[in-house]
Design a protein around this ligand. Sequence first.
Ligand code: G3H
Ligand code: 13P
Ligand code: ZN
Length: 308
Amino acid sequence: MPLTSPKEMFAAAYAGGYAIGAFNVNNMEIIQGIMGAASKEKSPVILQVSAGARKYAGQVYIMKLVEAALALDPSVPVVVHLDHGPSFEMCRDCIDGGFTSVMIDGSHLPYEENIALTKQVVDYAHQRNVWVEAELGKLAGVEEHVSSAEHVYTDPDQAVDFVARTGCDSLAVAIGTSHGAYKFKGEAKLDFERLQAINAKLPGYPLVLHGASSVPQEFVQLCNEYGGQVGGARGVPEEMLRKSAGMGVCKINVDTDIRLALTATVRQCFAEHPEQFDPRSYLSPAREAVKKMVAHKIRHVMGSAGKA
Ligand code: G3H
Ligand code: 13P
Ligand code: ZN
């Protein structure tokens, strides 16, 4: 099966009250781990590529790895998506390179500039049947090109105006999640009233949750036990993510949990087998840990198992 568009995936997810997991990919082991889980769980999946991932692995390498995954199991619907596209030019390069979805992230720009940039990408993408995700509001925390000390939650009326004026196909909203491993200092809290208001004003419209790793404590503990320093790491509780999936959220983004699963496992291998220096001895269990974690998420958080 060739790469698919999020269109049908999201329509089915919206109607069924579940979400599609969007997992960040950077190398072969991560792609194999995620695709192994999607195959096992018979779930549609989004593989997303950040600007940093493109720089690290190279767009062509990533596309060829995805091609290999599709050849091995054509039954899994796969979208390849640009995560946090920083410019029109990068979105254009990804569209021209075969991505079926791009995100243009103008969330750090003044409102009218975010609209203008998003619309420019939409005009280019829609002529080529490519899906466009945009973002309105700001997540606290740091990303490669966007950093914000404070959350700026998405305003529901502005969201309606933004979607109407840009024609974007899905919208990332800020309701209290943030990128990385340190999401909450006190109690974990998301603004579900706001999410409900956005969903009510944009019925049938797919919303996206960034910064949605749950930071499994088993991996945090394993990292720390074997020399890591990720004390106090906390994510979004799984039941909150599940709840959002029934409120118009069709895409849930996960990167940090993949990093934690992989790194915790590699640390453990290094500590337990210091005599080993064959990369396969630690990358095989790391890939397996990613697969197991993603399979759990597909089944118990996204609710997308069996929907392929
Ligand atoms: O939201 C950002 C993703 O976690 C990607 O991170 O830019 O370091 O690849 P990255
Ligand atoms: P996490 O840092 O919570 O995994 O979020 C990833 C993300 O939003 C990628 O765009
Ligand atoms: Zn993000």
